[in-house]
Design a protein around this ligand. Sequence first.
Ligand SMILES: [Fe+2]
Length: 342
Amino acid sequence: MNARPLVLAAALTLSASLSAQPAEEPVLNLYSARHYQTDEALYSNFTKQTGIRINRIEAGDEQLIERLKSEGANSPADVLLIVDASRIAQADQLGLFQPVKSKVLDERIPSHLRNPQGDWFAFSSRGRILVYNKSMVKPQNVATYASLADPANKGKVCTRAGSHPYNLSLIASQIAHVGEAKAEAWAKGVVANLARKPQGGDTDQIKAVAAGECAVAISNTYYYARLLRSSKPEDQEIVAKTGVVWPDQDGAGTHINISGGGVLKHAPHRGNAIRFLEYLASDQAQVYFADGNNEWPTVKSVHVNNPALDKMGEFKADVLPIATLGSQTAAAQKIVDRVGWR
Ligand SMILES: [Fe+2]
């Protein structure tokens, strides 16, 4: 009926062949510390949109960093996706990333959630919340991170080890807000209030709270969200016995951590790598990236339809630059060692 599409197609072919540049092979080599089911759709949609095939290696953050260190300039990897501010900072300090200048990324990812030079970008965020036992403590008595060090809460606190990156980032945020001496006094107070020796992960702390072993624990939001979304009776029981506090709502706001990544220094497919990061900032990819682990998208205009996140409610997030957290990680580790948070 109309011959125009054909003409257009011919014109496109012509201009493509005229502007022939040394093309990158349509491949992206991805090292990822993420391992969520919805990531399959995340990656296959990228391939559908761009024709770029993704080769993926999944391992823990530390393993991937070690691998990149030993591969050096011979690394086939283009992009590293990693979890936690302190680990991203570690990768950055090792010089694993290269700076990326992208209008798309600079416009879509808020400046406090990316490296100022473009070494890395955050694509989802999680909060570090307090989960409390409803029959053991009143939420107003555990309304702040400072309350964890309050002598009134002696013997009531559960956490994982202080040297875990999630806690290092939290301590780093305390250093940034109140200075090293006060942050150390706080960490010392937390240790003095522990109900038991640090052990296990965040979910273990939530379980200990539900079991009455402690009254309050520190956890990332997505661990609690997972329980909220679970249909298992034992998980529903944990949810019924516990409540969530968004700490520091009258102060700096709840400490935020991130999952994100950057283009690697020796990326053989640099163009594809930038395209992939820009894709991760797109509306559709943001939903997959965040919702897959019950997290929040970092692109402000994108909203996930996640009943667990809705249930946990609105909160004021700390807008301290994630890059600042990374710069205080070493100081945070020293504090952990000095106060014996282990
Ligand atoms: Fe985690």
